[in-house]
Ligand binder design. Structure first.
Ligand SMILES: C[S@@+](CC[C@H](N)C(=O)[O-])C[C@H]1O[C@@H](n2cnc3c(N)ncnc32)[C@H](O)[C@@H]1O
Length: 324
């Protein structure tokens, strides 16, 4: 296999297999990687070419067993490790699925015991995280991406799923770049209410009526410029799935990141001018957010149709930014 590349605005879009493109990039050339690999045996991405892995040949995400899928993804992220700067970060989102056949296996090797694992959650995100963390990476945080508008499921024998994991990996335990102030979030409404009550009581106690805010709303607005209105970012992020329904393109992508999710990762882990990588670029969200936040970017996708879609969306976003 070979790949082709096209420069768009502040970045480069590579059309090809991520492993091959990653091998062509210089070491330590990327500040942060934000990505979501193809779901295991879930979506047909219409990819015809397989790549030769160590002991298996076939298309990434169509491996017959959990073990093979995890092993191949671990190899992809080993290549990401090489191109990341020493103070770089990897944000890895991953979906899960249920095992349909016993021989698909579980990472813990439960199939060897003869236990029927069919119907089990495959536990893909944590299996991958455990392998990556025990080989090379430092897993610094598991973020829960709560999706308030998750697709309804008609199940009656278990809770409906409305979250996915987003893992924050670094190359080292200390010394990586993380802009905590850049990604602070407003305090919980209950904390703000409590502070409002405390403030009012204090004013009454001091008898200083002149300094008291005219209304609670005035107090609330005033606090928004006050650093203590914010708290350090927590690890449950409630962000709706966006879909691409407003997009003019005839090509659709069904697993697009919401821009708000990528924005937090870009702001937390890079400065203006830094390079952001997504080896599974899909509809181009990581590149779009990077453009908007004045970062450089590198995007890779094996599916030429998706590359047409992402190129269109990236150019549009850059044009809108230029027109502002
Ligand atoms: C879950 S989607 C990523 C969606 C993306 N986060 C977005 O915002 O649109 C996974 C993508 O990986 C691509 N892909 C699958 N196998 C690949 C490979 N071996 N190399 C590069 N891209 C691949 C698919 O074409 C698909 O667009």
């Amino acid at each position: 296999m070979s790949f082709s590349s096209v420069d768009i605005e502040n970045g480069t879009l590579h059309i090809g297999h991520c492993i091959e493109v990653l091998e062509s990039l210089p070491p330590e050339s990327v500040q942060t990687c934000i990505t979501s690999p193809p779901y295991w045996q879930v979506k047909d991405y219409n990819i015809k070419d397989g790549v030769e892995w160590d002991d298996w040949e076939g298309v990434l995400s169509y491996e017959p067993t959990v073990w093979q899928y995890i092993k191949n993804l671990t190899a992809v992220f080993k290549s990401v490790f090489r191109v990341l700067r020493h103070d770089g970060t990897l944000w890895l989102n991953m979906g899960d699925t249920y095992l349909k056949r016993t021989e698909q296996g579980l990472i813990g090797g439960l199939t060897d015991s003869g236990h029927n694992v069919r119907g089990n959650l495959a536990m893909l995100p944590w299996s991958l995280a455990i392998y990556m963390a025990s080989e090379l990476w430092c897993l610094r945080r598991d973020v829960i991406w709560h999706r308030p508008n998750a697709i309804p499921e008609s199940v009656t024998n278990r809770p409906v799923k409305d979250f996915e994991y987003l893992f924050m990996f670094t190359k080292s335990r200390k010394g990586y770049y993380y802009d905590w102030e850049g990604v602070r979030e407003p305090q919980a409404p209950s904390s703000i209410e409590r502070q409002k009550r405390g403030y009012k009581k204090r004013q009454e106690y001091l008898g200083d009526k002149r300094k008291a805010p005219r209304s609670m709303k005035a107090y609330y607005d005033q606090r928004k410029n006050d650093p203590s209105y914010y708290r350090r970012r927590r690890s449950v992020w409630s962000i709706p799935v966006s879909g691409l329904n407003n997009d003019s393109s005839h090509i659709r992508h069904h697993a697009a990141f919401p821009e708000a999710l990528v924005e937090i990762c870009v702001k937390a882990s890079s400065r203006e001018g830094d390079v952001v990588l997504d080896p599974f670029l899909g509809s181009g969200t990581t590149a779009i957010v990077s453009e908007k936040l004045n970062r450089k970017w590198i995007g890779i996708d094996v599916n030429p149709e998706y590359c047409v879609l992402s190129a269109e969306r990236i150019r549009k976003a850059a044009g809108e930014k230029g027109a502002q």
